[in-house]
Design a protein around this ligand. Structure first.
Ligand SMILES: C[S@@+](CC[C@H](N)C(=O)[O-])C[C@H]1O[C@@H](n2cnc3c(N)ncnc32)[C@H](O)[C@@H]1O
Length: 425
């Protein structure tokens, strides 16, 4: 059991124990209390108060349940099967086989998803299909995979972390597999934006930093018959998954996966010649770990540029913090792309990852999907997040030219295409 997670008596925050079930202190008060509780007293008429249902709190709790149901249906492959087989209704018995699921439990999940408007069930509850809302949720399922599967342990133990923040990384863990899987699932709506932004980049060798499952690396190298690639990831599990995916894609003769800590590569590129000779460097959704002050911020970005002397382009994608309320920001969150050579108008309008009505920011605008989870998780784990404007400044200060930048399907996630500024690195 986590230290004290269920055994602690509550305290006032000053270390004094408080009694969770207080009785009146004076004897007189105690008698009064007993008198009030005499069983033969006629019950006082209490007008029935209906439970509030149509309130933000109900939406909040329903969202909690719905997120877990959506996550379970996603990671067991049930949603994939509904999408592949649809639009016709699919027998629930067939779905149970796909998801290796106990049929009665699957039915309970589907009934809940039905109540939440994600699926339509026939009258007997034997056949199911995705609704329009279900298709929309499927499109952004990666955020649910990352929030529930990747960060879920942290969110379940916020009480523990409040008192013992150092438990993060010990008894309270991020699940890197589900974080990386969530990232890979988002690729389906990011890919068209990526292709538009990078389609004309020429390169012979790409190095992908923090490659995870290698979906993006496989896509890049697979589309260019003469190119080779190297994926770098610190996690043995991620490397294993990446190698399997590279092999399944038939690219194991052109893509190598190297297990290494990117900070070591940047600090000592000569020790990693098979990585450092790349002419294109990519990194998706991990840069914030490296540019956090604890890792090095601007010095890291400058060193990264120097570690790849042959790089003609750097392609970085990452998620950013919402600008603080009242701050003057050069961010154009949700307003299309900024930059010397903007590609399209961005996708923050139609088809982008939307906002909900619960989770409204102090300034009034609702937080986009996933942003609350992303920010809270990083606040707890001590990795600082930048705003998009701060990240731009950092690139410009550390020897990069911003060639293109555009929202990556989410108003706070951006794709940058950079080149090294002329002059010494
Ligand atoms: C959020 S996942 C993103 C995976 C992949 N880039 C994607 O977009 O699908 C972050 C990845 O970075 C890797 N990573 C974290 N710290 C790293 C480090 N210091 N060096 C190399 N890889 C690292 C993690 O193991 C994980 O696979």
């Amino acid at each position: 059991m986590l230290p004290g997670a269920h055994s602690r008596s509550p305290t006032t925050g000053l270390g004094r124990r408080i009694d969770p079930f207080p009785l009146p202190r004076s004897q007189g008060a105690r008698s009064e209390f007993r008198a009030m509780a005499r069983p033969h007293d006629p019950a006082a008429p209490v007008p029935p108060t209906p439970l509030p249902v149509d309130v933000p709190a109900a939406e909040l709790l329903n969202g909690f349940i719905g997120s877990h149901v959506l996550y379970a249906l996603t990671v067991t492959g049930v949603l994939d099967a509904l999408v592949v087989t649809g639009p016709a209704p699919v027998p629930v018995a067939d779905l149970a086989e796909v998801g290796d699921a106990e049929p009665s439990v699957l039915r309970a999940l589907l009934r809940t998803a039905h109540r939440l408007g994600l699926v339509a069930l026939d009258e007997e509850g034997d056949a199911v299909e995705l609704t329009t809302a279900g298709h929309q949720a499927y499109r952004v399922r990666g955020y649910f995979t990352a929030s529930v599967g990747g960060f879920g342990d942290v969110f379940r133990h916020l009480d523990t972390l409040l008192t013992w923040p150092d438990e993060f990384g010990r008894s309270v863990l991020q699940n890197g597999h589900y974080t990386a899987l969530g990232c890979a699932q988002n690729w389906s709506f990011q890919r068209p934006i990526f292709d538009e932004a990078t389609g004309d980049l020429g390169f012979a060798k790409v190095a992908d930093i923090g490659c995870g499952a290698a979906a993006r690396l496989i896509h890049l190298v697979g589309a260019r018959p003469d190119a080779v690639g190297v994926g770098v990831d610190v996690s043995g599990e991620a490397c294993q998954l990446a190698r399997q995916n590279v092999k399944s894609a038939g690219l194991d003769d052109r893509i190598t996966i190297v297990q290494a800590d990117m900070r070591d590569v940047v600090a000592s590129p000569r020790s990693f010649p098979q990585v450092a000779d790349a002419d294109l460097v990519t990194s998706y959704f991990i840069l914030h770990h490296f540019v956090g002050e604890r890792v090095g911020g601007r010095p890291f970005l400058a060193a990264l540029r120097s570690a790849f002397p042959q790089a003609r382009h750097f392609v970085f994608a990452d998620g950013f913090r919402e600008p603080a309320e009242g701050s003057v920001s050069t961010d154009s969150v949700g307003g299309g792309s900024v930059g010397a050579d903007s590609v399209g108008t961005g996708s923050a309008g139609t088809g982008s990852v939307g906002t909900g009505s619960v989770g409204t920011a102090p300034g009034g605008a609702p937080s986009p999907l996933f942003t609350l989870a992303y920010q809270l998780f990083h606040d707890f784990t001590g990795v600082p997040l930048w705003t998009h404007a701060e990240q731009r400044d950092m690139f410009l200060d550390t020897g990069y030219v911003i060639e293109r930048e555009l929202p990556f399907g989410h108003p706070l996630e951006w794709l940058f295409v950079l080149s090294p500024a002329p002059g010494p690195a």
